[in-house]
Ligand binder design. Sequence first.
Ligand code: ZN
Ligand code: ZN
Length: 300
Amino acid sequence: MSKWQNPPKHAVGAKRRRQGEEVFSTNPTMTAPFPIDHDLHCHSVLSSCSSDPAMTPQAILDFARAHGYTCQCVTDHLWDAAVPGASKWYEPQDIDHVRASLPLPTDPQVRMVFGCETEFCGGGKLGLAPENYGLFDFIVVPPNHFHMKGFVRPESVNTEALAADLLVERLEQLLAFNLPWERVGIAHISGGLVFSEGDGPLVLRLVDEARIRAVMRAFAERGAGIEINLACFGPHWRDREDDRLRLYRLAREEGCRFYLASDAHHPTDLSVVPDRAPEVVGLLGLTADDLYRIPHAPRP
Ligand SMILES: [Zn+2]
Ligand SMILES: [Zn+2]
């Protein structure tokens, strides 16, 4: 394994056991805290749902620097023109469009990373062609933009139970792709868009445990990051705390690593990471061992 990779968690555990340090992993006071020092998913003015002239890469960087971040990724919505079947909304947001933010501003403290949030419609329909994976240092894949009915969600999926089934099925289908998994983030698995006309947290509760565990184990083994999307943790979210955290808890038990995301579309939205992450991270009991980092390696 080269130096830049996230070490597999089981290897970390094995190393500890070899060194006779079992006490280290059972004593949280000796484990470094999960750092609130990054935001790996946000949108610039280039995303249609932002279109906010104030949301420039420089403004995003300025916020990151002011909050002590070490890494900030810009992930505009993307549908690669090489993949047929874009929706009208996605069509203008192709690779040339999102690359207009390059070169990203640089900073000695904050590593600015060029990424994208593509789309997954199920089956073999991913909004980024394999020959273009290498154009991005980080690829955020949303499995549950189910508000896009007739494009991402079939009209026939019209109950919480069916949405739960579709969510885990989409995650299973994603595993068939030969993505550069160590540079992939699985977006907002606890997001409200999963069933906006009904009971979103119920969808999360109804996801089959054995299937989601198997999927998460595979993401962990491949080195993908699981996104903690702080935009999903609005006021009163703790009324449904167990439902909202369920998939994250199962993912953690299966060895996944996590990263923080604002999913901001406007400068004021960026603050959800410093404002909300400490509480969510604390409730999940995450430590530095659970942290996903975008590899530094040059793209293949
Ligand atoms: Zn999204
Ligand atoms: Zn987004």
